[in-house]
Design a protein around this ligand. Structure first.
Ligand code: COA
Length: 332
């Protein structure tokens, strides 16, 4: 458990952005080429479609689109640092973030990648909060971007239906802990003894032990959520919106049930995008803020779980944000 921003200035959310590739693949499309059905996928995962990046859309491209939208939506702050959470960087070396920074007009700022599986975005929030608390930066752009659909073997019916591609971004600025938008203590953890449960030595070679991952995901996210609520001084019934990593609908429903959070207070987009890895939480926040499911003043709890194993959770009160300034030429 890491109270990353317990001391020093708080990190406050000031803008969100998101990006999805335009190409959509439905369950019926998958059933045409894999031994599966729409009914099987929907009943086991809640997923009906996912956005898939073309060969001409890199992780950096998605990150730039989401980051650009957050910067456009934000107040005109100078951005001092960039963190890109991803499990699917375009290259082993160099990292994705410096190129993303340059394409966003941020050449010269500290920029690095962070790999923590589907928990990457929460690790990146903690890192950004640490940069702000250390006074290394006053404003940090945090992007979660993944092309997870590139990881399964194209013929593996047990993993292909689960994953989609996308990116989400959040702009954090220096503020104080009492402001709406201030991150609470960030709870993080990992367990390398279970590293083999989700592993990929290269794209097209994902291995996942589905039922063990399911159990671990439910337990780790439930425990981390309780720890984050306690560290903030909240009771679980104080939570207006639970924002779990969108692994699949059954996992997130179990987490909500274990925490006693009614389904109506749980945000979800897994039906339309699948599991988008480090993009999952910021993408959902951006969509829910835009369509009104998330409103200023809502007390929200973010929680995630992923390969590593890794997990985490953090609370905040949703702030008033400027929204819907879209990048030209894209739907989202
Ligand atoms: N279509 C049809 N049948 C399928 C299938 C598909 N897409 N995928 C698997 N099956 C079959 C299996 O081959 C198996 O058949 P068998 O009994 O003849 O061997 C059967 O369905 C049951 O497989 P099982 O793996 O036990 O299914 P499940 O109910 O556990 O559901 C998952 C599988 C993957 C949906 C579930 O384990 C899960 O959600 N795991 C977590 C995955 C995840 O979210 N990972 C990322 C975490 S960040």
């Amino acid at each position: 458990m890491t109270p990353a921003n317990a001391r020093g200035p708080a990190a406050v959310i000031t803008a969100v952005g998101s990006a999805l590739p335009p190409h959509v693949i439905s369950n019926d499309d998958l059933a045409g080429r894999l031994d599966t059905t729409d009914e099987w996928i929907r009943s086991r995962t809640g997923i009906t479609r996912r956005h898939i990046a073309g060969t001409d859309e890199s992780t950096a491209d998605l990150a730039v689109r989401a980051g650009f939208q957050a910067l456009t939506n934000g107040e005109p702050h100078d951005v001092d640092a960039l963190v890109v959470a991803t499990t699917t960087p375009d290259r082993c070396c160099p990292a994705t973030a410096p190129a993303v920074a340059t394409r966003l007009g941020l050449t010269g700022v500290p920029a690095h990648d962070l790999a923590a599986g589907c928990t990457g975005f929460l690790y990146a929030l903690a890192t950004a909060a640490g940069l702000i608390a250390a006074r290394t930066a006053r404003t940090v752009l945090v992007v979660g971007a993944d092309r997870l659909a590139s990881l399964p073997h194209p013929g593996d019916r047990t993993t292909v239906p689960l994953f989609g591609d996308g990116a989400g971004a959040i702009l954090l600025r220096t503020g104080n802990t009492r402001e709406a938008g201030a991150l609470g203590p960030v709870v993080l953890g990992s367990d390398g003894t279970a590293a083999d449960l989700i592993r990929a030595s290269r794209p097209g070679a994902l291995h996942m032990d589905g039922s063990d991952v399911f159990r671990q995901a439910v337990n780790r996210m439930s425990t981390a959520s309780r720890q984050a609520a306690t560290a903030t001084g909240w009771d679980l019934e104080d939570i207006d919106r639970l924002v779990p990593h969108q692994a699949n609908h059954r996992i997130t429903s179990f987490v909500a049930r274990q925490l006693g959070v009614p389904q109506a207070r749980q945000l979800s987009n897994v039906s339309d995008v699948g599991n988008t890895g480090a993009a999952s939480i910021p993408l959902l926040l951006a969509q829910a803020a835009a369509d009104g499911r998330l409103k200023p003043g809502h007390r929200i709890l973010l929680t995630a779980f992923g390969a590593g194993l890794t997990w985490g959770a953090v609370t905040l009160t949703w702030p008033e944000l400027t929204l819907n300034r879209q990048e030209p030429g894209h739907d989202r």
